[in-house]
Design a protein around this ligand. Structure first.
Ligand code: ADP
Length: 515
């Protein structure tokens, strides 16, 4: 509104004027523009005024106008204590001053002040005219502000749609697509002309059935918003494109339904990746099941011919033993040993494959009771080795109790088996609260394990000693690992070679509400 101050001053003979309005950046009223006759002293006074800013109040000059919404007239600026800039104004040769509010209804948007070089008594006509002008300026400022906001909103919307990889669409009250931003064509390669003027369900969708569309239509008819509605559309050159749409109903000021508007995203890459992942997962699950089945059937079916070898060798020995020479009898001994060992291997392999196929459901079980059971099974080994087994009090866990018993039995059994020749085994079963899981440990003072074998010992049939040194097939820890993994936990070992080992495993805690 430049011009207004000048027109006012020039036509009525006032020397200068200034307009004050709210600066949202500093949260106070600031001098936005000023006009004066050509006079360096007045220019200095106005420049100083521009340095101050005001909050509405009940004293002062501008502050009082802002606070009360009423005009203020000062006959002599140098004689009025409430006018803080009085001395400066007088120095600039100014005598009288008056200020008017700029209003929009009850709201005070700002103020205008004018100064005269001569002493002027309050002029009713001037005050009234000024107030009317103030109101008009208020309306004008509000409109300018609204227009600015509209322009900014539009600019923001434009850059949003230009910068986003999504597109914007609109639908009329009949659900016909009325507009689609250019990103649609760029992202999908589909000509938007195919959709404009049509309803979404009037174009083919490869993934949706008639009842899916029915549900979508019903949602639109209820004017509900929708999110991530996925449609697979035939794309250019025989491919297909996955779209994900979200939208909300639009109403006019009279709350009348005007259609829908929303955004769309091309999710083809994500969908393809999901498909590949799902196929790989299904293939893995299938081959895993096949392998389980194979291990089970193979070991199960191998038992029968093995039994035959064993029993016929024994028969041979019984019937013809006295006719065989020393060498032949020794060879037969090897056959029987081999068959016995193979029987053990097959039984262990069967036990291993059963962890996955014959496991029971997870239930809350007292780990303490499970440990007691494992120790009963190990009683002979404990007594024979004079082992001292200590433990902390164990919590309730979500587990298959048979498998948990097997796990503890294998670990404690190993701790006894791999003891030092000259020292009685000392074994401690510990447990720690590790946030959302329990951390168990089985520590011994046995022969220990060299670090390079920390991983290998958990594999099927992997062992570090000969049969003569320590008997076994090398399946125990493989079973432990399979049990722990079935319970969604982890297992690992720490050891100082020659000093002892600690086997660690975790089990997830029982979630609240899980039974
Ligand atoms: P096995 O006991 O039949 O040999 P495992 O799978 O239980 O089979 O163990 C594999 C190997 O890990 C063992 O042969 C042994 O060398 C080593 N091992 C397991 N537990 C311990 C232990 N507590 N102390 C030292 N070595 C161990």
């Amino acid at each position: 509104m430049p011009g207004v101050l000048a027109a006012f001053c020039e036509s009525l003979g006032w020397a200068c004027g200034a307009r004050w309005s709210m600066d949202p950046k500093i949260g106070a009223f600031r001098c936005e523009e000023a006009w004066s006759v050509d006079d360096p002293d007045i220019a200095t006074f106005l420049a100083a005024s521009r340095q101050s800013n005001y909050q509405p109040g009940h004293a002062g000059f501008i502050r009082r106008v802002l606070g009360t919404g009423q005009p203020v007239w000062i006959v002599d600026v140098s004689a009025d204590d409430s006018f803080l800039r009085g001395a400066q104004a007088a120095k600039a040769g100014l005598r009288s001053a008056f200020a008017l509010p700029i209003r929009l209804g009850d709201q005070v948007l700002g103020a205008m002040e004018f100064f005269h070089r001569e002493r002027r008594l309050p002029d009713e006509w001037l005050l009234e005219t000024g107030v009317t002008i103030g109101n008009q300026i208020g309306h004008f400022m509000a409109r300018v502000q609204a227009e600015r906001e509209l322009r900014e909103g539009e600019a923001r919307f434009r850059s949003l749609t230009a910068l986003s990889s999504d597109w914007y669409w609109e639908q009329d009250e009949q659900f016909r697509i009325t507009s689609m931003s250019s990103r649609f064509l760029e992202r999908t390669g589909i000509d938007p002309a195919l959709y404009i003027g049509r309803k979404r369900w009037e174009q083919p969708a490869l993934n949706l059935t008639e009842s899916d569309w029915e549900r979508h239509r019903a949602q639109l008819e209820r004017h509900e918003p929708f999110f991530d509605f996925e449609i697979e559309r035939p794309g250019p050159d025989g491919t297909s494109v996955w779209l994900s749409l979200s939208g909300e109903a639009v109403f006019d000021e009279g709350r009348r339904f005007r259609g829908y508007r929303g955004v769309g995203t091309d999710v083809t890459d994500r969908k393809r990746a999901q498909g590949v992942l799902r196929a790989a997962y299904e293939e893995l699950a299938r081959s895993n099941a096949e392998l389980q089945q194979f291990a089970y059937v193979a070991s199960h079916d191998l038992q029968e011919p093995l039994r035959m070898i064993g029993s016929y060798t024994q028969l041979l020995e019984r019937r013809y033993g006295d006719r065989l020479d020393q060498d032949a009898r020794e060879f037969m001994g090897f056959i029987v040993d081999g068959a016995t060992r193979m029987k053990q291997l097959i039984e262990d392999l069967l036990a291993y494959s059963r962890v996955g196929t014959r496991g029971k459901e997870m239930r809350p079980v007292q780990a303490q009771a499970v440990l007691d059971k494992a120790l009963v099974n190990l009683r002979a080994a404990v007594e024979q080795s004079a082992a001292a087994v200590t433990h902390e009090s164990l919590p309730e866990v979500n587990a298959d109790d048979m498998q948990l018993a097997q796990l503890l039995q294998n670990l404690i059994g190993n701790a006894i088996k791999f003891r030092k020749k000259d020292e009685a085994p000392r074994i401690h079963v510990g447990v720690e609260d590790a946030g959302d899981e329990w951390h168990f440990s089985v520590a011994d003072n046995g022969i220990g394990i060299e670090p390079q074998y920390f991983e290998r010992i958990f594999l099927v049939f992997q062992r570090l000693h000969t049969q003569d040194e320590y008997p076994g097939t090398g399946i125990g820890l493989a079973i432990c690992r399979k049990v722990v993994e079935r319970h969604r936990g982890r297992i690992w070992v720490e050891s100082a070679y020659g000093e002892g080992s600690t086997f660690h495993f975790t089990l997830p805690k029982i979630q609240k509400g899980e039974t």
